[in-house]
Write a protein that binds this ligand. Structure first.
Ligand SMILES: [Zn+2]
Length: 312
């Protein structure tokens, strides 16, 4: 892994702030301030994890913003420049950011790239209802807080390597955050542990919740099949409704603002209720219910608990 870039390559806003602080320090004889490490994360959930570990030593931004789809990304020229000048890039891996390699090339970024899921045991991607398609890892590993422990470890190591002066502080923050992840995991397991066996089936638009389902014993069915955006045919819908009925009571959640027509159709035809919204691949806006990763998981668990326990 490459060590951090010379300060003259940092992005304009951060560089201006740092230069101003440096000049002020020289004028009044204060110690020279350290510049924040400039980190780019591929999507909002990862950016939050980096911010938790990096604290004030790190300026982190996300390529795919809040409420945007991380599976696809169209960069603006300003983002290419930001990427080129970054000290560290953090990606999820497991095939989530299919767009990243080409993006790094076009930006001319030559710095370190850390794959946050390095060392995480992946689940296989579900096959399409017809069984077609190849076996690939499911990238949505952040839906399991136990696996996110590994994300945090990888992020702390990468920050320590890029900015060795603050290595200890990154490790300390990582340990504190990992403790909060353990508490979150216990809390969710407690909330969902008492649900009856026939009240554990949930339909979402795309297959993003399998890690969550595996961890907490829920069964998630994807209305669109494994690929987000692919519209299922009449036979797939019929098969899905059959699966919903076979597993007792099912509830249907959206993953974005509003309710897609496909989910409304499913609710009509299956009789299962539309239960609200889960956050799968993105944080909410900062004033929303999933402003951070911990908030996102707490919100999802509560929504699931209320919908599944409260359904007649
Ligand atoms: Zn996804």
């Amino acid at each position: 892994m490459r060590i951090s870039r010379p300060w003259q390559l940092c992005p304009p806003a951060a560089a201006r702030r740092w230069l101003a602080a440096l000049l002020l320090a020289m004028l009044v004889g204060l110690p020279v301030p350290a510049r924040a490490i400039d980190v780019i994360a591929s999507f909002s959930i990862l950016a939050d994890l980096v911010a938790q570990v990096g604290g004030e030593q790190v300026a982190v931004s996300s390529l795919v913003g809040r409420e945007q789809d991380g599976h696809v990304f169209q960069p603006r020229p300003s983002e290419l420049a930001r990427l080129r000048n970054a000290d560290l890039v953090v990606v999820n891996g497991l095939g989530f950011e299919g767009w990243m390699t080409r993006l790094l090339q076009s930006a001319g970024y030559r710095g370190p790239v850390v794959v946050a899921t390095e060392g995480v045991a992946p689940l296989p991607q579900p096959l399409s209802p017809s069984g077609a398609g190849r076996e690939a890892p499911d990238p949505h590993a952040w839906q399991d807080p136990a696996r996110v422990q590994v994300y945090v470890e990888n992020i702390a190591s990468a920050l320590a390597e890029v900015d060795p002066d603050h290595a200890e502080i990154y490790r300390q923050r990582a340990r504190r955050y990992q403790e909060r992840l353990r508490q979150l995991d216990e809390q969710i397991a407690g909330e969902l542990g008492t649900l009856a066996d026939d009240r554990r089936t949930v339909v979402t638009p795309h297959a993003a919740m399998r890690y969550f389902g595996e961890r907490y014993g829920l069964r998630f069915l994807a209305a669109q099949g494994p690929n987000a955006g692919s519209e299922p045919g009449a036979r797939e819908i019929a098969r899905l409704i059959q699966q919903m009925r076979a597993s007792g009571t099912a509830v249907i959640f959206s993953e974005s603002p509003g309710t897609p027509a496909l989910l409304r159709q499913l609710a009509r035809e299956s009789g299962a209720p539309l239960a609200g919204r889960l956050y799968s691949d993105t944080l909410s806006p900062i004033d929303g219910p999933a402003a951070s990763y911990l908030d996102l998981m707490t919100h999802n668990a509560r929504q699931l608990r209320e919908a599944l326990a409260g359904t007649p």
